[in-house]
Design a protein around this ligand. Structure first.
Ligand code: SF4
Length: 454
């Protein structure tokens, strides 16, 4: 009943978003910065912005998220935030002693037009940046893009901040995309099992899925180290997983530092993981017995359970890199992907989804919202919805099972610890999809069709 006012008739809108399918750029920028060891993210704007970014991440990861803010007041909103940022840089290095400060802008500081490179240069001139410490930066105006775009901008900031032109070594860079800490861990495990030396950045594994140790660590054990980040300009190649989140940094390394890049889909599902493994093979990796076993197990599950997926209609809402790989995976195993909506703008999205689905007979919309998705489902009902926690309202209203995936997930746990990337991740994803479909079947089946076995 919560969504009882959503009408069936779809009216085209341009100047109105209802229930956005995205969060703001600095949320993604803050998440990316946390993937650098010893880094303190800094939000150049008002305290309210920073509180929102931190709480979004804390509610999703169930971990404390440390970040600082320039604490804009009326004065800084009118005259600019240079004085606040200079003082903040001194305070942060003095009080919290980070190795790196990662500054991102907000709507307010972007609208004022604060020149972050100039302010950082001034801070260095004035001796506010101690020897051996670093400041990286990204412009993240939130009236364009989304959290995924903000993530990509900060990863680009990391590349620009640490890469140098150097002699090429026998190792590669991997940019894992805007994925869970567990997924970044899975990428590292696959790469290691194939014997490839890789710098994975950013890396929130061990930062936002750490253990309870009984004491508070301002800078947890995980994160890409500075010594590794200093190597990225000398890699022989970069694999960028997910072009929206990882493409900008990979392209900077390619054009400015001579590190050739390959843009791949996020390795979600069999085909996209095969592509990732093949790219690693081309760079000298060897498929391990362990990986071969996992692939075989995934194929076995897909074969055994195929009849439960075949021709089931599904609606997907979330972030573009995830949605492309999911569309391909679900189509490959027999689902009919009917509606795909992302809040992130990007004209290529529609084409990418149609290619992944192998058809133009699919409702796809970029820069759209939950309201639109709800209307699509009202016009053509589906058997399954996949999306973040906000999709639970549609799921309840339409009595359609939901698999939570993407960001944010506020009302469930597990995403931090159990990956959905790679062959093992594919198995977990299939298990989750199958479980919600079977639970729904058990709940709604008439007495005479209620079976003990599947
Ligand atoms: S004002 Fe802009 S940067 Fe701040 S929380 Fe809102 S959308 Fe994000």
């Amino acid at each position: 009943m919560l969504l009882r006012h959503t009408p069936d008739t779809i009216v085209e809108r341009e100047a109105l978003t209802i229930q956005p399918a995205k969060t703001c750029q600095p949320v993604g920028a803050m998440y990316a910065a946390l993937g650098v060891h010893g880094c303190l993210p800094h939000s150049h704007g008002s305290q309210g912005c920073c509180a929102y970014h931190r709480s979004s991440l804390t509610r999703h990861y169930k971990e404390p998220v440390m970040a600082a803010t320039s604490s804009f007041t009326e004065g800084s909103s009118v005259f600019g935030g240079q004085a606040n940022l200079l003082e903040a840089i001194s305070n942060m290095f003095t009080i919290y002693n980070p190795d790196v400060i990662a500054i991102h802008t907000t709507c307010l500081s972007e609208t004022i037009g604060d020149d972050i490179p100039q302010i950082v240069a001034k801070a260095k001139d004035e001796g506010r940046v101690p020897e051996g410490k670093y400041i990286i930066k990204a412009n993240t105006p939130s009236y364009i893009g989304s959290h995924v775009v903000g993530f990509g901008n900060m990863v680009k900031g990391i590349a620009e901040g640490f890469a140098t032109k150097q002699k090429k070594g026998n190792y590669i860079n991997i940019i894992p995309g805007y994925v869970e800490p567990s997924d970044m861990g899975e990428v590292k495990r696959i790469v290691k099992s194939m014997g490839v030396d890789a710098v994975v950045f950013p890396d929130t594994d061990g930062v936002l899925n750490g253990p309870q140790t009984g004491h508070f660590d301002m800078y947890p054990r995980g994160g890409t180290t500075i010594s590794n980040l200093k190597r990225i300009g000398g890699a022989k190649a970069t694999l960028a997983l997910g072009p929206i989140a990882s493409g900008p940094a990979a392209k900077v390394l390619d054009t400015s530092f001579g590190v050739p890049c390959e843009l791949l889909k996020l390795p979600i599902g069999l085909g996209a993981t095969d592509d990732f493994v093949n790219a690693l093979r081309a760079l000298g990796g060897v498929v391990s017995d362990e990986l071969e076993l996992e692939r075989g197990q995934l194929v076995d599950i897909l074969t055994d359970m195929q009849q439960y997926f075949n021709d089931k209609k599904v609606a997907l809402i979330g972030d573009p890199d995830h949605l492309v790989s999911l569309t391909q995976f679900l189509t490959d195993i027999g689902f009919k992907v009917r509606h795909v909506v992302t809040g992130t703008p990007g004209k290529k999205f529609v084409k990418r989804i149609m290619e992944a689905a192998g058809t133009e007979d699919i409702n796809v919309r970029e820069a759209s919202d939950y309201f639109h998705m709800h209307q699509l489902i009202k016009n053509e009902k589906v058997d399954l919805i996949m999306g973040n926690s906000y999709a639970k309202y549609m799921s309840r209203d339409m009595d359609i099972p939901l698999v939570r995936i993407g960001f944010p997930i506020y009302d469930r746990i597990g995403h931090q610890y159990f990956p959905i990337l790679g062959y093992r991740g594919g198995m977990r994803l299939i298990e989750r999809i199958l479980n919600v479909l079977m639970d729904y079947q058990d709940k709604t089946a008439p007495e005479e069709k209620f079976e003990l076995i599947m």
